[in-house]
Design a protein around this ligand. Sequence first.
Ligand code: SF4
Ligand code: SF4
Length: 366
Amino acid sequence: MTDDALRQEPDLTALKAKLLVWGRELGFQQLGVADVELGEHREHLARWLDAGMHGEMGYMAEHGDKRWRPDQLVPGTRRVITARMDYLPPEVETTKLLGQPDKAYISRYALGRDYHKLIRKRLTTLAKWLEAEIGPFGYRAFVDSAPVLERALAQRSGLGWFGKNSMLLSPKAGSLFFLGELYTDLPLPVDPPFEREHCGSCERCKSACPTGAIVDDKVIDARRCISYLTIELKGAIPLEFRRAIGNRVYGCDDCQLVCPFTRFTRASPEPDFAPRHALDRAELIELFAWSEEEFLERTEGSAIRRIGHQRWLRNIAVGLGNAPWSPRVVDALEARRNDPSALVREHVEWALAEQRRRAPTLLAHG
Ligand code: SF4
Ligand code: SF4
């Protein structure tokens, strides 16, 4: 008997039913099973890379075939179990905060503890429960990992469709969720791909994008996207985007917040995703005053930490430049005029010039 035939021995349909129940017990809102046929995404990705839309994210161009060939990334992979975990904490403001330019807007996924560890741990527990049921099998868990086309896998496993904002949209849950994947050699029954695209004639995300980064349906020019500019970009934020960034100091959610499907978002029960240090409503001035030690201490275990203190100050300086004129804002910026980082100093000068431009006439000329 071949290995494959031996593998058929467990009742895979019954096993999959258990898997779905266990997934919910572990806090996932939805699971699906995809095959490993991702070839159709190869051309789309190649065109995007050729156009240079990935900016400085060189890792997007790496890994070759491993992206659309899960069996090359993890040899023996036959299925990918995809898992969705909603992240919006209860009772946090979203769009209202964007209208309060003295406050900092941090992408709502980044308010609490870093999700990577939590989701990987839960996926590994799921694999261990499967192992206890059927014996050893091959698996590997991924969360937001460069060589994994997670949205494509989620679409293939029936979790949702690609919205025009390029996010994976669930008809039941919008798009404010994390995705994780368990690559496995178990030939579980697959779910049908989510074929129907429900965007229809809606264009809300495209009109709402502050920097015009959605250059075509499902195509984001990362070099214009505020998430990229505030998180991935290491150097100076191009002048042409600084005003449009407003008070968004870490990421941007606009194209998701305006999406009609976002109304189906359900609050996450995970305590790990709850905002830390009142980051859901903090004032720009308050965050700008954090020393490097305070930054490191307060962002420990948070996704924000990876941008480092300099880029944190760079981003907040842009926010302060866009804030209404006030002596407090000017004082806060003045206090960082001699910051050791040239990057920070340049953004502070820009912000001070913006503040002066907005100052009451008497003071501006006085
Ligand atoms: S995240 Fe913001 S900047 Fe990026 S595409 Fe969406 S709306 Fe535009
Ligand atoms: S805002 Fe409209 S077009 Fe954009 S992703 Fe949502 S439904 Fe689709």
